[in-house]
Design a protein. Structure first.
Length: 439
């Protein structure tokens, strides 16, 4: 027998939320099999079995918060599970509603388990049964008016799970009472469901509403964005870039570039190189406030904001100043694919000295990006749009223009420095050959 424990989640992360179970009680598993998915502030992680066996107990349910090192389930030996169930799958012994033979079979199958767990149950009663119940079990017991002292635990260590309370309610006097809505009780192997699934009439105005629980990542994003606005003296300055030269290079070189390097030539490599050139000229945009000190960073780890299904993430391109155009494009492509597949690792998200975000891919013409603290600068890219540009007093031409925005922390970056930084980015982008010199 072994416990399924929450693994170490990395620096500064002490807890997570069980996103979903991929197994249920009674399932046979092998070493290395994925048992559950855990949602953290930054990434989702898989919890795997450390040995072969049978899932004898699930202690914490989908939607519950769990700490590093906490036991969330029990893996028993396959031989012990087979003996207890008479050699049949655990699901065959589950009580069936309205079936007397099934109930009798369930009682008979439960007797050996009860004998095994009697010492643990007695110890739990002495210390307070409620203390050995999971939060989900306590909540369900309150909703159904069930005394936890009357609930039998299937867990070998005596902990009462939500499934125990649910089974007790189905077999006891509470069975006749109206059951709580299924959406309020996530099944052990299902993804977390909102408290009220679907649409329900509002109590006051009768209009339909839908309640959805925010994911842990969305809560973290919300908290960090509010923190950035509350702690930093954030200001945004704007400029515009004539993208003619870059579009011309991409048109002439994209096929040869793709054939040689097996990666497309996008805009992000140009902007990454331009940002690095401007950071070298104005190093305060690559700094960080640490108490009363400034940390001036001599390296260039550029964060690239990616819109993933679970929310915005910012994977980091390490030492971007040392990478060539194809290396930058390839690395950004790899990180973006991982972000959308929800397979980014924590090291790929940590750190970063400056961030680039591209709202233009969604059609944004202009925006004010929010700082990715503790960084003090973030560059916003936007949609390329043909606009009339005056060449002189008599000539006007249509050019592909892009608005760019720099949000910065005014506590350590002066306005003149921020404006000069953005002008430098503009100059480098409008003269792409100069980016080779900056590299």
């Amino acid at each position: 027998m072994s416990e399924i424990k929450v693994p170490d989640l990395g620096e500064s992360i002490s807890e997570g939320t069980i996103y979903k179970w991929l197994v249920k009680e009674g399932d046979t598993v092998g070493q290395g099999d994925v048992l559950a998915e855990l949602e953290t502030d930054k990434v989702n992680l898989e919890i795997s079995a450390e040995e072969d066996g049978v899932i004898s107990s699930i202690l914490r349910q989908a939607g519950e918060n769990v700490a590093v090192g906490e036991a969330i389930g029990i893996i028993g030996s396959a031989a012990g599970a087979g003996a207890a169930s008479g050699g049949k799958p655990a699901a065959d012994n589950a009580p069936q509603s309205g079936s007397a033979p099934a109930a009798a079979a369930s009682t008979a199958a439960a007797e050996p388990a009860a004998a095994v767990t009697a010492p643990a149950a007695a110890e739990g009663a002495a210390a307070g049964t409620a203390a050995l119940a999971s939060p989900g079990a306590r909540k369900l017991a309150r909703e159904r008016g069930i005394d936890l002292g009357e609930v039998s635990a299937r867990d070998p260590i005596g902990r009462i799970g939500q499934a125990d309370v649910d089974g007790h309610g189905a077999a006891g006097p509470q069975a006749a009472a109206p059951a709580a809505p299924a959406a309020a009780r996530p099944e052990p192997h299902e993804a977390r469901a909102p408290p009220a699934a679907g649409k329900a009439p509002h109590a006051e105005d009768g209009k339909a509403t839908e309640r959805k629980r925010m994911s842990r990542r969305r809560l973290t994003i919300a908290s960090r964005l509010v923190e950035a606005q509350q702690t930093a003296a954030m200001l945004t300055t704007f400029n515009e870039v004539d993208m003619t030269a870059i579009l011309d290079i991409r048109k002439r070189r994209k096929d040869a570039f793709k054939e040689k390097h097996e990666v497309g030539l996008g805009f992000m490599s140009f902007f990454t190189k331009a940002v690095i050139g401007a950071l070298k000229a104005y190093p305060m945009l690559n700094a960080e406030i640490d108490g009363e000190d400034l940390l001036l960073k001599k390296y260039y780890d550029i964060g690239i904001a990616v819109a993933a299904k679970e929310g915005l993430v910012v994977p980091v391109v390490r030492d971007a100043d040392r990478l060539s155009f194809p290396e930058i494009e390839r690395r950004i492509g790899e990180l973006a694919s991982k972000a959308r597949a929800n397979t980014l690792s924590l090291p790929e998200l940590q750190g970063g000295t400056f961030t680039i975000t591209n709202g233009g891919v969604f059609g944004s013409l202009l925006s004010t990006p929010i700082l990715n603290t503790p960084q003090v600068g973030i560059l916003g890219m936007h949609k390329i749009q043909l606009r009339p540009i005056a060449l002189d007093e008599e000539r006007t031409v249509n050019r592909p223009m892009m608005y760019i925005a720099l949000s910065y922390d005014h506590r350590i970056v002066d306005g003149s420095e921020a404006v000069s930084f953005l002008v430098r980015v503009k100059e480098l982008l409008e003269d792409p050959e100069s980016l080779l010199l900056e590299g």
